[in-house]
Ligand binder design. Structure first.
Ligand code: NI
Length: 169
């Protein structure tokens, strides 16, 4: 199986909002497997379908420590139904924003609703790392990158660095 290519900033596809999934069919199951492979290969703790070129409301994640058994989690059509408090997520990064990390302000507790890969309703109460990963990935489904949530000065510095490296190529 060829590994899906992960799109990187400034690819405009990454700022597209995604569509709800109506039928969780074989194509979706195949996409989930391909996304899981790409995420583990990268390696990353989460991946949204939009990052691999599918404008669908689908994400995968696995926050189990690397040396422990993999526990792939799948979330379809997720939305944050409530959030509480604020926290600073330290050194957040993204497979679509290479070579850059930043602190990001996030809600400290969230309640997420969505579907699992069988289409069964899921309700996830999250805090800590899980809350950060879910907010980050659900942002992707709405066309938002974590660099959209940092100071404009820091964002401009990153954009200039990327533009420079694109010119060199
Ligand atoms: Ni990301």
């Amino acid at each position: 199986m060829t590994i899906l290519e992960i799109k990187t900033f400034p690819d405009i596809f990454l700022s597209k909002p995604t569509k709800q999934i109506e039928n969780i069919d074989g194509n979706i199951q195949h996409l989930i497997e391909s996304m899981a492979t790409a995420m583990y290969e990268a390696p990353g703790v989460g991946l949204a379908a939009i990052q691999v070129g599918h404008d669908k409301s689908l994400l995968v994640y696995d926050i189990a420590p690397r040396d422990e058994k993999r526990e792939l989690q799948v979330l379809i059509n997720p939305r944050i139904v409530s959030s509480e408090g604020t926290m600073i997520s330290e050194d957040e990064g993204c497979l679509s924003v290479p070579d850059f990390r930043s602190d990001v302000k996030r809600a400290s507790q969230i309640l997420v609703e969505g579907l699992d890969r069988e289409g069964k309703p899921l309700r996830i109460e999250a805090e800590g790392l899980l809350a950060v990963v879910l907010q980050h990935e659900i942002d992707h489904l709405n066309g938002t990158l974590f660099i959209d949530r940092i100071s404009s000065l820091k964002r401009q510095m990153y954009k200039r660095r990327i533009q420079k490296s694109l010119k060199i190529k």
